[in-house]
Design a protein. Structure first.
Ligand code: GLA
Length: 386
């Protein structure tokens, strides 16, 4: 039996233990890391994330009424419930806001969602910047789409997840995380144009090149419903307005001298990050195709510097993780995700993984910092029914 099948069976049993009946099915959706292309998604730009081999799994059964009951295998996650007819986004709170938000957005999109019972379990660490929220949203979206026979496409389901996050959870995030979770394919990254939403798989070839993708979870917490993320998004809107374009996607490197004259210094640097990051994403996808992953290290490094110095979304722990990994064998490293904490990724030759791991742990210990979680991830396939 495969690991997924084992997870599915255990979850179906937990569901039956909690609700006293069998689920109609079990669905699974992965977390993601972003290889490159940070904060470009809500600027109509380019991203290159991949789904990882850590997923969130939901067992779901439709009900004959309009009641939703939700429970979770997480210690401390309280069961929750509500009536679909009485749902108000502002009342949604905690983990259950994600599944509730998906059900609500599906209804708003015209899908007749029945009441349902749901039990969730997850191996995507929460708060690590690996999109545990998108994994939950996508698993629920696919489950409800299947159960209702709505048959929505994967890109549409990703958008339902994004809307749940924006309108119910209250985090002003873009479409990247849900797209990675819905569209991921084995050994590939997802090249997504966030303007026209066209996407294609880009083979990563990590294994063939003897590379591993190391994730360093700094355990520094971030929350995108408040603070820095929304502030950066506002800067980008200001930058686009100041430059007279619909979105920062419309600017190129050749526009930067004019941007420097037209914008205040901070806004200019925010804009420069987005413009150069879009170019790095396109270049990374191109190099992966022509030369493979060993050729993209410098682009990952440049992306990190741009986030550290221009977009200012890194933090000392992320910088330490990146610098230490780089100094102990990584061919490239960068923070991944929204920033202000969460994880960094490093592409490391297989033989150097242990050395890099020990070096990062030692560097954190030497500075009296909480020990990070360090593990490897594989590019995996997107959401599916088990
Ligand atoms: C978070 C958001 C994404 C994206 C990244 C930054 O993960 O959910 O939409 O904006 O931050 O690239």
């Amino acid at each position: 039996m495969s690991t997924s099948a084992t997870v599915g069976t255990a979850l179906a049993r937990a569901f039956a233990g909690h609700f006293g009946r069998d689920p109609d099915g079990v669905w699974q959706a992965p977390g993601r890391v972003n290889l490159i292309g940070e904060h470009t998604d809500y600027n109509d730009g380019l991203v290159l994330p991949f789904a990882i081999d850590r997923a969130t799994t939901v067992a779901v059964a439709a009900r004959a009424d309009r009641t939703v009951r939700m429970a979770s295998g997480f210690p401390g996650a309280e069961p929750a419930g509500f009536d679909l007819d009485a749902f108000a986004p502002e009342q949604a709170a905690g983990w259950s806001a994600y599944p509730a938000g998906v059900a609500w957005e599906l209804e708003r999109a015209g899908v007749a969602v029945p009441g349902f019972d749901l039990f969730v379990t997850s191996e995507v660490p929460v708060g690590a910047g690996l999109s545990s929220s998108a994994a939950l949203e996508c698993a629920v979206a696919l489950a409800l789409s299947d159960l209702t026979g709505a048959g929505l496409g994967r890109a549409d389901l990703a958008d339902i997840g994004r809307r749940a996050e924006n309108n119910v959870v209250g985090a002003p995030t873009g479409i990247m995380d849900q797209s990675a979770s819905m569209l991921g394919t084995r050994d590939c990254a997802v090249y997504l144009d966030c303007r026209d939403l066209t996407s294609r798989p880009v083979p990563l070839g990590l294994e063939d090149s003897g590379l591993r993708c190391l994730v360093i979870d700094t355990k520094v917490s971030h929350a995108h419903a408040s603070g820095g993320y929304a502030d950066r998004r506002a800067s980008c809107v200001r930058g686009a307005q100041g430059m007279g374009v619909a979105a920062l996607r419309d600017l190129e490197a050749a526009d930067l001298p004019r941007a420097r004259r037209a914008l205040d210094d901070v806004t200019f640097r925010r804009v420069r990050h987005i413009v150069t990051e879009n170019e790095r994403v396109a270049r990374t996808a191109e190099l992966l195709g022509t030369h493979g992953p060993l050729a993209i290290g410098e682009l990952l490094d440049a992306s990190h510097r741009s986030m550290r110095d221009d977009f200012e979304i890194s933090c000392p722990e992320l910088n330490l993780a990146v610098d230490t990994a780089r100094a102990s064998g990584a061919i490239g490293a960068r923070m991944t995700g929204g920033g202000f904490g969460g994880s960094a990724i490093a592409l490391v030759p297989a033989d150097d993984v242990d050395r890099a791991r020990s070096a990062v742990l030692a560097a954190f210990a030497a500075r009296g910092l909480r020990a990070p979680d360090i593990f490897t991830v594989l590019p995996a396939k997107g959401a599916r029914r088990l």
